[in-house]
Write a protein that binds this ligand. Structure first.
Ligand code: SF4
Length: 752
């Protein structure tokens, strides 16, 4: 490790995860500069144990005494009803002394900027920010930090560093989402469990086969979407030089021992010291990748064979059946080997009861010795702060108990003390009870008593004063904040007749559309010169519908379009003409609706249910633009499943590749998901299209700004366009044109 990182160590933050108090102590005790954790509400790891406010207060106190920080994740999308509660909750976090909140929802970010302007806000990786323009957008909103998308390149990190004043936080180690964070609805479309609500069911860790158009099998079933785990420990210097301030470790669902080991080794690496390779290899991992940001792709990025922990090879069974150990196992180690071709596991107790296959490896999944070495016993580390106490109890005065350590607290009893009529407390008993802290985070080292001999002092009063003084001491960082008076103010938008908009994915479809029925045409591709000439002869406004990544060449032709549909924050700055904020913006409540409606037309998230859209109509006079028909993108990712067949990597040339479209991922329940390459991203679509033709009355009651029809390549959508036109013109749809479809989240939604 070169000295650059060592020199910068003071300007770098090692940010570790904690799913519970044990992991929190493990992180701090192993070198973390800051810890991020989730509360019991509004956290993107709903199934982690998570923290109560009291635990957070304890964590803040423990961290601040040691010069460390605590951030809380509030990084999910919230409904209108939840937004008010989220502000109150954030106010509680602020009072508790939490150093910052990590946010996904733009509406919540606006609310916190208004109600809690001094509370540090970090833009979660769920905001899908992967470029300077996206970072600038949230910088202008008052965010102090951007957690960049996991696909971001080192060069783009440098651009953000050189052109903003924001702190840059980057994931450096641990499990990866295959999707652009915040752009995955696969889990919610399949079973209602949404990644945008912290409840992802991880369909990407399941097995899929690849099929062609005719159902022909092209790649056997395997873990085709399951990324290896990220590991950048050998590149921390490069990341620091590019401008990464906060090195984030993943693992709020992992064990305290995992947190301890990974934090410890990254701390060593960031300090320019040698880290322990074997220890890192022994910790949970799905085998490692340096990640897409460093250009690893295809087989380097996913591991198709297994989606879980690899362990460390510590021995091999030779051809005679004898086990040759590289490292002898210890009692309690969990070992894995192959018996008659099947994987078997056994906790080692000095013997191996099964006969592993000849010529196979013996893998140690967990090391009992290492786990016990890494165990951080809260009892051992917590009692590190010794306090001094002063207790005053005089007849005719109110009792006082003071605590003094790295800070101070003082409590005064409510009533004056009276003379004792019978036996009074002895000093030893007072001392004992004042020392009985119900947390071992502190210990009373010294106590000074100033107690009148004849004072009447119930032991319950001594205990109450002790509890109150300690809780005040723990909350020493507590900030004062007036109660928040939450109010709503929404202005109705000017509403016109509902538009019929049609998005096409292929230039060849241009000739066949019934333009007299269409109010706006959206192109999901950059048109050729001939196509532009043809479109100029029409009176229909033409918008460019941007994919998640803006195509090269957009800047040269953007003047041509009447407007643009954007899908992420970074695309707003370069947009020309009218703007439609597409479903990728994750507009899930009236506050984020309001944020974007000030700048253009809004398409709420496809994860909204009808009641949520009704709420928007009540407030704004319209629910914005709605997908009437189309296959929703359920997952957008840099990874390309076809690269596992073609074997391409950095050398890929997707625009000319004959594997870029026309294929399906078939899951183990026999459901097929179409996917295709768009630019340098792959889009996986839902197995069925969303269609609301049979709910026409309900739909029009929402006063949608537009009904959108999105076609697939080569699809004939004329009948659907005609039907939607009739609906907009006031006709009732008695016989919907489609029979096989889904209404998406229209009825059920994703809210629990
Ligand atoms: S579309 Fe073709 S070239 Fe591009 S990543 Fe996929 S297989 Fe490789």
């Amino acid at each position: 490790m070169c000295s650059a990182v060592i020199m910068k160590r003071n300007n770098i933050e090692l940010l570790a995860p904690a799913g519970n108090m044990a992991s929190f102590y493990a992180a701090i005790e192993n070198g973390a500069d800051a810890v991020y954790l989730g509360g019991k509400e509004f956290s993107a790891r709903a199934s982690a144990q998570n923290f109560t406010l009291e635990e957070m207060a304890r964590a803040v106190s423990y961290a601040h005494v040691r010069g460390k920080k605590v951030y809380v994740t509030l990084n999910i999308l919230l409904s209108d009803e939840e937004c008010k509660r989220a502000v109150e909750y954030a106010a509680d976090l602020y009072r508790t002394g939490i150093d910052g909140v990590i946010l996904q929802d733009i509406g919540v970010a606006d609310l916190l900027a208004h109600y809690l302007p001094d509370f540090e806000r970090h833009g979660s990786t769920q905001m899908s920010i992967m470029d300077l323009e996206g970072a600038r957008y949230i910088e202008d909103m008052g965010f102090s930090r951007v957690v960049v998308g996991r696909e971001i390149t080192v060069d783009e990190i440098r651009r953000i560093y050189e052109n903003t004043t924001m702190e840059i936080e980057a994931f450096c180690h641990g499990a990866l989402c295959v999707s652009i964070s915040g752009q995955c609805e696969m889990s919610s479309f399949i079973g209602g469990r949404s990644g945008n609500r912290g409840s992802c069911a991880q369909p990407c860790r399941k097995r899929y086969a690849i099929e062609g158009e005719k159902g022909n099998n092209l790649l056997e079933r395997g873990y085709l979407l399951s990324p290896r785990d990220l590991r950048t420990i050998d590149s921390v210097e490069e990341l620091a030089d590019a401008g990464v301030y906060s090195f984030k470790l993943e693992g709020r669902m992992k064990s305290p021992e995992y947190v301890a080991a990974v934090t410890r080794n990254y701390d060593l690496a960031l300090g320019g010291k040698k880290y322990d390779q074997d220890e890192m290899a022994q910790m949970f991992n799905r085998s490692y990748t340096k990640g897409l940001g460093f250009g690893e792709f295809g087989h380097e990025f996913v591991s198709t064979k297994r989606p879980n922990h690899r362990g460390l090879v510590i021995g091999r069974v030779d051809e005679k059946g004898k086990i040759r150990w590289n490292t002898a196992p210890d009692s309690g180690d969990l070992l894995e080997w192959t018996v008659k071709g099947e994987t078997e596991r056994e906790t080692y107790d000095g013997n191996i009861s099964l006969t592993p296959d000849k010529g196979t490896d013996i893998v140690r999944l967990t090391s009992a010795l290492l786990e016990s070495r890494l165990k951080v016993n809260p009892e051992d580390v917590m009692g590190t702060e010794g306090l001094r106490g002063t207790f005053i109890a005089r007849v005719g005065e109110r009792p006082i108990f003071r605590l003094e350590g790295s800070r101070k607290s003082e409590v005064v009893g409510e009533d004056v003390l009276e003379k004792a009529r019978s036996a009074k407390l002895n000093e030893e008993r007072i001392r004992t009870n004042l020392s009985k802290f119900d947390t071992s985070a502190y210990r009373l080292e010294d106590i000074e008593l100033d107690v009148d001999e004849d004072v009447f002092l119930p032991i319950s009063l001594v205990n109450a004063l002790r509890r109150e003084a300690l809780s005040k001491y723990e909350a020493g960082e507590e900030r004062s904040l007036e109660p928040i008076e939450f109010y709503e103010r929404f202005e109705k938008l000017k509403t016109n007749k509902t538009l019929l908009t049609v998005e096409i994915a292929d230039e060849e479809m241009l000739q066949d559309l019934p333009y007299d029925l269409i109010d706006r045409l959206e192109l999901y591709f950059l048109p050729s010169r001939e196509a532009m000439d043809f479109l100029s002869t029409l009176s229909v406004p033409v918008y460019l519908s941007l994919p998640y990544e803006t195509p090269e060449g957009y800047a040269e032709v953007k003047d041509y379009f009447d407007g643009v549909v954007v899908q992420n924050l970074g695309q707003i700055a370069g947009a020309e003409g009218d703007i439609v904020f597409g479903e990728g913006m994750n507009i899930f409540n009236s506050y984020s609706f309001r944020h974007f409606a000030e700048k253009g037309s809004v398409m709420p998230s496809f994860e909204c249910k009808r009641e949520q859209l009704q709420g928007m109509t009540r407030r704004f006079g319209t629910c914005g633009e709605v997908l009437y028909y189309g296959y929703p993108r359920s997952l957008t990712m840099r990874h390309c499943p076809m690269s596992l067949i073609k074997g391409c990597g950095k050398d890929r040339n997707c625009p000319t590749c004959n594997l870029r479209r026309g294929f399906y991922l078939r899951d183990e329940k026999n459901v097929a998901f179409p996917f295709r390459r768009v630019g340098d991203m792959t889009e996986i679509y839902n197995s069925l299209p969303i269609y609301l033709g049979d709910k026409g009355d309900q739909l029009m009651a929402l006063k949608p700004a537009a009904l959108k029809i999105r076609s697939r390549i080569g699809e004939d959508i004329t009948d659907i366009i005609k039907e939607a036109r009739r609906l907009i013109d006031g006709e009732k749809i008695n016989e919907p044109v489609l029979k096989e479809f889904t209404r998406g989240h229209w009825m059920r939604g994703i809210l629990g």
